[in-house]
Design a protein around this ligand. Structure first.
Ligand SMILES: [Zn+2]
Ligand SMILES: [Zn+2]
Length: 308
């Protein structure tokens, strides 16, 4: 299967906004569903993952007459970082509670603690009625080492290899996932995630503040991406506001995202992770402005689908 498709499930930054005035763009926090070579990769587990989970659960139930004749949900979740707007949907991801589900979660460990321990403490134990040990699905949490590349074979087998041993020519049919860590996001940085398949690539770069002239290492990482999904939390005006400047908050402006896409020669740029203060009126105005500048700029919206 040579499919490569994305669907935005949550495009909001910081916190969900359950308001009529925000529904055109969407109020759920970060989550992007990616179908590639027949495999499901989920970028972040903000509240957008909840509806995705319900859809997967529905398909699972319709696929057979009992638990073991049904097609199991099999997914890989990549976490950019552990802020709440990227993790708070995980406890309500319905397939987690179906015993046949196979779920691998990857992310950056916080400090010296394994990621599994951090997730267990921050999302389950004291704050949720189910502890992580009581979850019956085949649910594994893995630390992603920055110098590694994750390879998913066509049959679904996953393995890490060191970047230094990675030869793209022998991985034609594989899905290749690599990461770039930006430290310009307080306090533990954020991972930008690249998915490559059959000569195409999607780069997901959320919660990242650009530098003057762009982050050159990131430009190299994202070079030639077919799709670049980029943090665009603020307008330039709000970023440099004399009353409450947003410099150092770890987010980019629409202009920074545009500049980054230009330097990286990305084919299509999606703005993502909008400030919850921006309602549909503000975002629609910005959409008119930026989509007039380039037809390769798209404002991510909840449930918007795109073929890579
Ligand atoms: Zn965020
Ligand atoms: Zn964050």
């Amino acid at each position: 299967m040579q499919d490569f498709k994305i669907k935005f499930r949550g495009v909001r930054g910081s916190h969900p906004t359950a308001k009529q005035s925000h529904l055109k763009f969407g109020g759920n926090t970060s989550c992007v569903e990616v179908w590639v070579g027949g495999h499901l990769i989920i970028l972040d587990a903000g509240t957008g993952i909840i509806d995705l989970g319900r859809d997967l659960q529905k398909d699972h139930i319709l696929s057979g007459t009992d638990l073991y004749s049904r097609k199991p949900v099999d997914a890989t979740i990549m976490l950019s970082h552990l802020h709440q707007d990227h993790t708070q949907g995980l406890q309500f991801f319905a397939p987690l509670f179906i015993p046949t589900t196979k779920l691998d979660i990857y992310g950056l460990p916080y400090s010296n603690e394994p990621l599994s321990e951090t997730i267990s403490n921050m999302l389950f134990e004291r704050v949720f009625p189910v502890s992580i040990d009581e979850i019956q699905s085949n649910f594994n949490i893995h630390d992603f080492a920055l110098k590694n590349v994750l390879i998913i074979n066509p049959d679904g087998a996953k393995k890490f290899i060191a970047q230094s041993d990675f030869n793209p020519d022998v991985h034609n049919d594989d899905i290749i996932i690599s990461v770039y860590k930006t430290t310009a996001h307080p306090k533990n940085g954020s991972l930008s995630i690249k998915i490559q398949y059959n000569g195409k690539s999607v780069v997901y770069a959320t919660d990242k503040e650009s530098y003057i002239g762009c982050d050159k290492k990131f430009i190299e990482f994202a070079h030639g991406a077919n799709v670049l999904i980029h943090d665009a939390q603020y307008t330039q005006q709000d970023y440099i506001s004399p009353i409450l400047p947003k410099q150092g908050f770890g987010h980019s402006t629409f202009n920074m995202a545009t500049e980054t896409a230009k330097f990286a020669k990305a084919k299509t740029l999606f703005f993502f992770h909008y400030d919850p203060n921006y309602d549909d009126g503000i975002l629609s105005m910005l959409e008119d402005e930026y989509t007039n500048i380039s037809e390769n700029i798209i404002f991510a919206k909840e449930n918007l689908e795109f073929t890579v």
